[in-house]
Design a protein around this ligand. Structure first.
Ligand code: F0G
Length: 311
């Protein structure tokens, strides 16, 4: 979906991401599975859909700076759109806990990136305070403009699929995306089973994008669960890693670790039959450190040596 539809002139071309039929995975899981590759957004994650709206509205309201707490992707997205809007971006991240490529993206766009000796939750608390200051605007997903842009993934995937999926699965970190997707379906007048995967080890998970102890949208997510609109699945580190590997090795789709939570949730529940869409929230290039690299010794430049290495 072209974000100019919601009046954005800051657009970098967010949305219109591929819906990839996952043929081999479908066979393995016994359902018709599609992958919505949100890593194809301009800064490599789903955050761009909402950030373009939030930053534009911040600028229109006279803000001079946008502030956010981030495990990396929000930072990269805020930095890019702030640069485009001529605003400062101030980003607080938990020290040493975000993937290098995400840091690089924020720095490249000129953001002021401040590492704090604390968690994402500490960073968000501080940003909420900063956001109260004159000229500063908080652009985390507790800002409703973010959710408004982010929900565009729903009409887009419905149009691409040309049908109503039986299941939609996605990661649950802070819950902004769960809220956005549930809102998107409600507004489309469509009922579907929404399954969200969270890390059991929330505060320390290997999937650094969802290393969030206390989800900001917990209350809303709990309401959605109580209303029977969302199911939460709690995932072990092994389940997350296995699903992430499976997506890449079965389909050639390289997403970042957190993005695999939707697929991991389907696997754990043993969902089968019908059509499922898994929203893969970020690109694998965001977090190449997650890939085990056996770093084998180089071989001699001879066919014999190469054949031996191929095995
Ligand atoms: N997937 C990725 C790749 C993310 O970066 C995030 C959140 C999520 C899933 C979870 O989404 O918080 O709306 O439930 N990343 C935030 C950030 C926290 O700072 O980039 P959620």
């Amino acid at each position: 979906m072209d974000m100019t539809a919601v009046g954005s002139r800051l657009t970098l071309g967010e949305g219109s991401t591929p819906l990839v039929p996952a043929r081999r995975l479908s066979q393995q899981l016994g359902l018709d599975l599609y992958l919505k590759t949100e890593g194809a957004n301009p800064t490599g994650s789903f955050k761009d859909r909402g950030m373009v709206v939030a930053v534009e509205r911040a600028r229109d309201a006279g803000a001079v700076a946008v502030v956010c707490a981030s495990t990396g992707n929000t930072a990269a997205s805020a930095a890019a759109y702030a640069a485009r809007a001529g605003l400062r971006a101030i980003v607080l991240t938990p020290a040493g806990a975000i993937a290098n490529a995400k840091r690089a993206q924020a720095l490249a766009a000129g953001a002021r990136l401040i590492e704090i000796r604390g968690t994402f939750d500490d960073a968000l608390r501080l940003c909420r305070e900063l956001g109260e200051r004159d000229g500063y605007r908080l652009v985390n997903s507790v800002n409703p403009d973010r959710v408004e842009g982010q929900k565009s993934v729903v009409p887009e995937l419905l149009e691409q699929l040309g049908a109503i999926p039986d299941v939609v699965a996605l990661p649950y970190g802070g819950g902004g995306n769960v809220s956005a997707v549930a809102t998107g379906f409600a507004e489309a007048g469509v009922t579907t089973r929404i399954i969200v995967g969270q890390a059991a080890e929330r505060a320390t998970t290997w999937a650094s994008a969802i290393r969030i102890g206390e989800p900001a949208h917990r209350e809303n997510v709990e309401k959605l669960i109580a209303a029977g609109r969302v199911e939460v699945v709690t995932l072990s580190e092994t389940e997350l890693r296995d699903a992430w590997q499976l997506i890449a090795t079965s389909e050639g789709v390289f997403c970042e670790p957190a993005s695999a939570a939707g697929v991991a949730a389907l696997v754990q529940l043993g969902v089968s039959g019908g059509t499922a869409v898994c929203i893969l929230t970020g690109h694998g290039l965001k977090d190449t450190g997650a890939v085990a690299d056996p770093a084998a010794e180089p071989v001699e430049p001879t066919l014999a040596a190469v054949l031996e290495a191929v095995g």
